[in-house]
Structure formats: structure tokens, C-alpha cells
Ligand binder design. Structure first.
Ligand SMILES: Nc1ncnc2c1ncn2[C@@H]1O[C@H](COP(=O)(O)OP(=O)(O)OP(=O)(O)O)[C@@H](O)[C@H]1O
Ligand SMILES: [Mg+2]
Length: 292
């Protein structure tokens, strides 16, 4: 029987904090129903982690799932398990002894808990050696213990990844093909305006339009002209709207508030080591502000 029916899918979408990603969420849910692990990927700040948490919370009936944020230093020890020095327990008598500790994937399989690996590709492929057999043959050999664990029925694994960002590893094709990649991109202008309005219902429409124009233009400069390493995220749009709303309420004029906010978020998306990149976003901010 499928894990999720139509009503579940509707409920998941309606209760999701992330707006405008319905199609991507439905695609992810279809694959989850087919038993495949999902990789939500896309530029930062567009809701990958929030969507993954929302899906897992619904499917697992609350926060009853495991999660880990991958880092550059993560190894098999953290995912599958390994010997852990008892000296870390603080007891000097035990300092030369070791105890075997299960990693997060092993614990998830043993305890039948679903799993979220956030920022998946910030760890090298070697950290995920245990996933190869688990995701193809449904078994997890735990060598140190000489045991073989079986993947539980309806076990859900979701990972998020920011492909191509600084500090990420190139995944091996063999690892990548074990996941279904689902793109979480930029949402449309109409929905993004509704998101702004949910945070700043009374913000002057001209300022809202300026923020949306700024976001749209940074995304175009990124995608079409390759003049920026990224476009502004929906998270960035929300921060601009909240800053403008608050500073205008504190007495700042709209034009200055917008220029400040655009310059702040401009630094977030520009290549901060390249003056030309910073200048590109600053000029864009000033050009849009001049219309206010
Ligand atoms: N489409 C959206 N609708 C509503 N809120 C959004 C949307 N996109 C992003 N946000 C807001 O942005 C916040 C950040 O999103 P989140 O951390 O899930 O993004 P992410 O894609 O995981 O980013 P990163 O790649 O940096 O980890 C969310 O908590 C939410 O408040
Ligand atoms: Mg995230």
C-alpha cells in the first residue's frame, strides 16, 4: 500500500510554510511513495530544508525522525559507526577503553526512523559508503559488529544539497544515481508577492514592487549573463521586506530603506572577493531605488 494517499498530499501542501513549490513537492511525494530516496537541490534560501523537515514531520508523525547536517569532516564513523574513546566520558579510569558507537544511518535503520541528511554534499562520498548497498540492495552491513541490517519497509530518506556552492564535494555518479533529484528553484513573482504580504501586510506597494524587481533582476543577471554567482533567494526577499517595513515604521524614508536592504542582500549574493560583482549589485540597487 502506498505510504501517502491523495488527501495526505493535499494536507502536506496546504500546511507547508514554503509557498509556490507545490509541483516540486508533489513530484517528491510521488517518488517517496515509490520508495525512492529524494535529493532536494537548488540555490540556497529557497526552502529545501524547510520542505524536507515538513515532509518528514508529516510522514513520521511529528519530530520522530533523525537528522544530521553533513560537514566536511564527516566520515563513516558518523554515518555507520566506529570505536569511540571512553576518555571522552570524562572518567580517567576508562580513558584507555573504547566503545562501539552506531552512526546516524545505522541508528535510523535499527530504530526504524526516517532520516534527513541536510547539506548532503558538504561531506565527501566516502562518508556515505554504507548508503550504496542500503539504497540498492536494501541491506546495511555493519562490519565491526558482523551484522547485516535490513532497510525497514517504507523507510524514508531525504537529503538536501546546494550543488556547486563553495565548500561542497562533487558526488560520485554512483551515489548520485541512487537518489531522485528534485529542483527547488525560484518561485514566481505573484506567489513571492503573497509571501512578502504575509510578513509585511502594510508595506507600500512601490517598495514591494522594487524588492520583487531587484530579486528578478539578480536572478536574470545570474542565469542569463553569469554576472552574479547567485540570484536573491526568497529568504533574502523576506529579509528585505521585513527590514523596509520596520525601518519605515521607525521614520526612515522608503527609498533609503530599500537601498539599504538591497545593498545588504546584494553582498550576500555577490562574489565578495570580486569588486566588480559587488559593484554590479550595488548599481542595480541604486537604479531600482532611483525610480522610487
Ligand atoms: N517559497 C517560500 N515561501 C515562504 N517562505 C520561504 C520560501 N522560500 C524560502 N522561504 C523562507 O526562507 C527560509 C529559509 O529556507 P531554508 O533554510 O529551508 O532554505 P534552504 O534552501 O534549505 O537554504 P540553504 O541552501 O541555505 O540551506 C524559510 O524558513 C522560509 O522562511
Ligand atoms: Mg538548508
Amino acid at each position: 500500500m502506498a505510504l501517502l494517499n491523495r488527501e495526505d498530499m493535499i494536507r502536506i501542501i496546504e500546511s507547508c510554510e514554503i509557498k509556490g513549490q507545490d509541483e516540486a513537492i508533489v513530484r517528491a511525494l510521488m517518488y517517496i511513495n515509490l520508495g525512492y530516496p529524494i535529493m532536494l537541490y537548488g540555490p540556497p534560501g529557497n526552502g529545501k530544508t524547510t520542505i524536507a523537515e515538513h515532509l518528514l514531520r508529516y510522514i513520521s508523525g511529528g519530530d520522530n525522525y533523525y537528522r544530521i547536517e553533513a560537514t566536511e569532516g564527516m566520515t563513516e564513523y558518523h554515518t555507520i559507526g566506529g570505536f569511540h574513546p571512553l576518555s571522552m566520558s570524562g572518567n580517567p579510569e576508562l580513558s584507555k577503553k573504547f566503545v562501539y558507537k552506531d552512526g546516524i544511518i545505522t541508528r535510523a535503520i535499527k530504530e526504524k526512523k526516517n532520516l534527513l541528511i541536510d547539506e548532503f554534499n558538504r561531506a565527501p562520498t566516502t562518508a556515505y559508503s554504507g548508503l550504496f548497498m542500503l539504497l540498492s540492495a536494501g541491506i546495511l552491513p555493519v562490519e565491526h559488529r558482523e551484522e547485516v541490517l535490513r532497510k525497514p519497509d517504507n523507510w524514508v530518506l531525504i537529503v538536501t544539497a546546494n550543488l556547486g556552492d563553495e565548500g561542497t564535494f562533487k558526488m560520485s555518479s554512483a551515489l548520485k544515481r541512487r537518489f531522485i533529484p528534485i529542483f527547488i528553484g525560484y518561485i514566481n513573482r505573484f506567489t513571492e508577492e503573497k509571501v512578502i504580504r504575509s510578513y509585511a501586510p502594510d508595506l507600500d506597494q512601490a517598495i514591494v514592487n522594487a524588492i520583487l524587481d531587484f530579486a528578478e533582476e539578480t536572478r536574470r543577471l545570474w542565469q542569463e549573463e553569469k554576472a552574479l554567482p547567485l540570484g536573491l533567494s526568497t529568504d533574502g526577499v523576506i529579509k528585505m521586506a521585513r527590514y523596509c517595513d520596520l525601518s519605515i515604521a521607525e521614520g526612515l524614508d522608503g527609498k533609503t530603506a530599500f537601498t539599504d536592504a538591497a545593498m545588504h542582500q546584494g553582498i550576500v549574493i555577490a562574489d565578495e572577493t570580486d569588486y566588480a560583482s559587488i559593484q554590479t549589485v550595488n548599481e542595480l540597487a541604486l537604479r531600482i531605488a532611483s525610480r522610487l
